[in-house]
Design a binder for this molecule. Sequence first.
Ligand SMILES: [Zn+2]
Length: 421
Amino acid sequence: MPESLTRINSERLYAALEELGQIGRYQDDETGLQGVCRLALSAEDGQGRRLVLGWMKELGLQIRVDRIGNVYARRAGRRSDLKPVLLGSHIDSVPTAGRFDGCLGVLGALEIVRTLNDHKIETLRPVEVAFFTDEEGCRFGTDMLGSAVACGRLPLEYAYELRDRDGLRLRDELEKIGFLGEHDERVTPPYAYLECHVEQGPILYQKGIEIGVVTGVQSISWQALTIVGKSGHAGATPMNLRSDAGVAASRINLKLREMIATGNYGEMRATMGCIAPVPGLVNIVPGKVEATVDLRNPSNELMQKSEADLLAFYEEVKQLDGVEIRWRQTARTPAVEFSARLQDRIQAAAERAGLSHLRIVAGAGHDAQEFAAICPASMVFCPGEYDGISHNPREFSTPKQCSDGINVMLDVALQLANQED
Ligand SMILES: [Zn+2]
């Protein structure tokens, strides 16, 4: 059988997803479904890590844990002097997760190794499977933390000092769950990096497409806003004498929609996810609003333009509503383009497998964008049911949706692992 026709064991992959999904499971009141909560470096994360580590050991892989708790497991190639093909993702979760986000990439990569072992397929290069610490950023506030440290965007010392809401320090928590490793956290650039992930959006599902060929990750810019006006009695304060911080926040929210409607900002997306008036009572003109702005754009240039135009609009709002607007940047990552060569490989592999495919930009952040800074990287997206809902217990991809993605990754990984230069 030609190696390009080698297929993974779909049931075995799905059983592994089920088993890992039992760790940190909870009954979700809102959906009535079983969700998963494995916050980074919690006891549950430790338990999940040990389960996956056990599987890595069973497969005879050579394991190393680095100083930020990233775990790498290597399957030897014929030439140990050649750089490995790295397949990775994460197994930590948001507080209200399903079983697939991140886990599909890690357990799918392990299933690829199992398949290579089953078929006694040797590769020229080593193949490595990795999971990275705190991809979600929910607990310590910085997402893609482990991969960002591994690839050099963030220093180890910065990561160690991060604290959660209870003031617990990241380094201590890493030590507590037994994953404060000794290996150098700066990873030697691999030959290539591949990651399979659920789309976490509706595009593939709605179009009935089986494989997303991920072209890159969009730029993300977060702001925290404090709008200060003047509090007053809803009945006694004349309209022309008001400085209503709530009105100012509404103007900004609608301005974002208007900006998008002009088409001048490309594929911009904008969300004000928090608009909290103070004191937030029916008969009081809000004297203050705490709000957030989330901007996304696949173009760095258009992101900059939208940020500059939004700041200029804040000046207008200050005049119009007689308010003060203070803002600070709480997160900002640039757009990342994935390797065109790897995208072509993924597309060709999908075609060989008779699967429909679509080029797609990742809406969320992923470990792959950190690796794109140090080696050729790309991602394979699998569709999800219920419009690809994610970060929710309803998150669900069928065995076929999962195995299609992992089979495509297997095909590409095998080609890369047998390539000398
Ligand atoms: Zn993820």
